[in-house]
Design a protein around this ligand. Sequence first.
Ligand code: DGJ
Length: 737
Amino acid sequence: MAIIYHEKSGEFHLTNGHISYVMNILANKQIGNLYFGRAITDQDDFGHLLEGGLKALAAYVFEDDYQLSLQYTKQEYPAYGATDFRYPAVEIKQENGSRITHFQYQGHQVFQGKKKLPGLPATYVENDTEAETLEITLYDEVIDAELILSYTIFSHLPVITRHVLFRNRGTSTWNITRALSACMDLPDPEFEMLHLAGAWSRERHVKIRKLEQGVQGIYSLRGASSAEHNPFLALKRPGTDEFSGEVYGFSLVYSGNFLAQVEVDTHDATRVLLGIHPDQFEWPLAPGEVFQTPEAVLVHSNQGLNGMSQTFHQLFRTRLARGQWRDRERPILINNWEATSFDFDEAKILQLAGRARELGVELFVLDDGWFGARNHDRAGLGDWVDNTQKLPGGIRGLAAKIEAMGMKFGLWFEPEMVNKDSDLYRMHPDWILHTPERAASPSRNQFVLDFSRKEVVDYIYTSMSKVLREAAISYVKWDMNRYITECYSLGLSAGEQGKVFHQYILGVYDLYERLTSEFPHILFESCSSGGARFDPGILYYAPQTWTSDDTDAMERLKIQYGTSMLYPLSSMGAHVSEVPNQQVGRVTPLETRANVAYFGAFGYELDLNLLTAEEAEVVAEQIKLAKRHRRLIHQGLFYRLKSPFQGQATAWMVVDKAMNEALVGYYQVLNGVNEGWKRLKLMGLQPDTLYQVNGNPGRLHYGDELMYAGLVIKKNELCANGADFSSTLFHLQRVEA
Ligand code: DGJ
């Protein structure tokens, strides 16, 4: 791994044997991009890659010199206003009304390792040899503004992470109106854009479209990364599939409003912009102050989408997620929400927990409804105090009883919200985001607390930490059930209202940071009406997220498949729930529901007391299986084999790093009639290793046969004999030939 600087040519080459990232100092001292892609041999000068020459209608940087127009120059951090007419990465509104800036190279430094981003989530190293960082300092002399472009290259992964720091070195305040985290100018438009789109209960479905000239992109202006779009996009070559071909992945480590935009210009260059959405964003920066953008993660793969995903998985699982739970086996949990909703008392909870314990569950999670006057969704949010009518011994008493049963206890919170019918709102009606003299729009009967204000975050911290300190709590589910409307803070001045959305998210991160550092033993699971805030920012604090409120196994195939584009299986909460399914009314076999949920952070969300004796036996076996394989599932390499977005069969598998063991999930949506046998080609096995399938001594195959000829799938091997919604698992274990 190296970051090389060629002084004569003014070029930087970041390379690690997998990728190369080449930049240069342009003639006008801005930073240009010469190449990002598969590793190339270093040279003193790659200047021939810089596009130049005369183009009609172009404006030029220097008089009497047609070599440099920013319009066709690939740049690292393009600014608004000079010779580039495309969307820029940075724009600053100045005291005199101008928005023109010119940031010029001043110097750079290279160091081992990677710095933390104050107040923001980011990837990290455990040891300085894992990565090298380049910081390039740029300066605009007219407004005394400094930009530090920061690039980290990881030694073993085809990854570059980037972020930008703004510093006001002058004497007047200026307003940052656009501060994206990364710009990537690619030299051609021969790509398809892959992104994850959806809505409540159908989050992160895979969408693919061909790039066209003009602007295309995805975004959130909802105050959360959202169920509608994820802060991620990939550009893949048209022929790229799961296992071959080139693809670039772009992900933003952020949980609020974002923009991920691709612009193809009329000279066929492709510009990717990624960062905080510039709409509704305006950050006044006073003399001496700094502004830090979130981090962008850029991945290059020449081994298809799966190659990209495995890189993201490894980075996010081991160098973004943190804490005691990062590598630990996750407890098999039961959550009471789908079983009871708000309608429970201590006896009912203990009955559920008791049955769960008998069947092998390790953690009982008490969901919404345990606090204040929370007997429905119209009251109580904000009052994090026991509801002693439901739970006479409070949370402390209940947690002690659950622990005495031999299980751990977990608890639901929705820290950022308030109902008008709550003591908190009656005390502090000005603490919700809303515009003075106008109504605030409700959503699920609740309002958003103004987390851009420190006193609000402090208050919630005090009330939550009291509960966490006083009771034996091992897990927290942190929910967030509405988006932000009327984004206005009474805590900020008129000129500062453009800060609210971002400062809100910084408040959320601050609370997460305080709670996770004070209670390192607690496993945090994030949630937002299911998966409306499933993003890398949150993953830094909460190693797992409730993937979706949709627990139907068939719907989950699409949701989990799409989510796996960049998020590791260990981060995806996945539960077996009752049938008919509460979201779609579908009846799927109990086996299939578990066969899907195993490929996530596994649990149950139904009334186990209602199971027949036979079903209970099945569940007990499922729990044993989940415990046996959870390390393999969470830490192995994941391969998507058949897409739920094409055809009636879905398949995926995980293989341990030593290639000794694998678990394959095969799922059939609708049954077909009079069909032939299927062969499923596996991936990631050792070709000359003999594998035994499902412990059957008569079923031995070499890895090469399983990968190149395939594993034969017969209908009668699927549960329910291959009827609609059937499935099966194949466990492969290395044996001596
Ligand atoms: C939405 C979550 O996604 C559900 O799992 C549940 O926790 C409810 N909120 C509770 O209000």
